[in-house]
Design a protein around this ligand. Structure first.
Ligand code: IDP
Ligand code: MG
Length: 139
């Protein structure tokens, strides 16, 4: 069964949207199999966003993600990675369709509410940054 890492980003946690976002994903039929709240340190944020290390927004992104608490979750389901990307909407909330999480709640391209893994391969690596295998439950 496919798994994806979901992060509810600082802007959304601060606005009290964590439950709403988890609920939207659950209502898509995705199974919540791991959940925690944490404030990532900079090294963790740098690892998560390592693919973007050469981009002009990298420093700002790392500072933002480590600035305040986030909620980290693992969701499981058939085609979970692509389904979550679809429900999230486009990276830039201004381009994201109404009815998607970013379309409805995103503030700007950086403060865009949610992270979801972009492929099955990257999902496994991203999950292991935030969870040990025994924190991911089967039920
Ligand atoms: P994704 O989150 O939709 O997969 P990525 O291109 O992987 O988008 O970018 C990772 C994160 O970096 C985005 O979610 C967003 O928070 C931030 N980001 C992407 N592009 C920009 C930009 O042009 N300016 C500022 N932040 C950006
Ligand atoms: Mg990405």
């Amino acid at each position: 069964m496919e798994r994806s890492l979901v992060l509810i980003k600082p802007d959304a946690v601060a606005r009290g949207l964590s439950g709403t976002i988890i609920g939207r994903l659950e209502r898509q039929g995705l199974k919540l199999v791991a959940l925690k709240m944490l404030q990532p340190d900079k090294p963790l944020a740098q690892q998560l966003y390592a693919p973007h290390q050469d981009k002009p927004f990298f420093e700002s992104l790392v500072t933002y993600i480590s600035s305040s608490p986030i909620v980290a979750a693992v969701f499981e389901g058939e085609g979970a990675v692509a389904l979550i990307r679809q429900v999230m909407g486009a990276t830039d909330p201004a381009q994201a369709q109404a009815g998607t999480i970013r379309g409805d709640y995103g503030l700007d391209i950086e403060r865009n509410v949610i992270h979801g893994s972009d492929s099955v391969d990257t999902a496994e690596g991203e999950i292991s940054l935030f969870f040990t295998e025994d924190e991911i439950l089967s039920y």
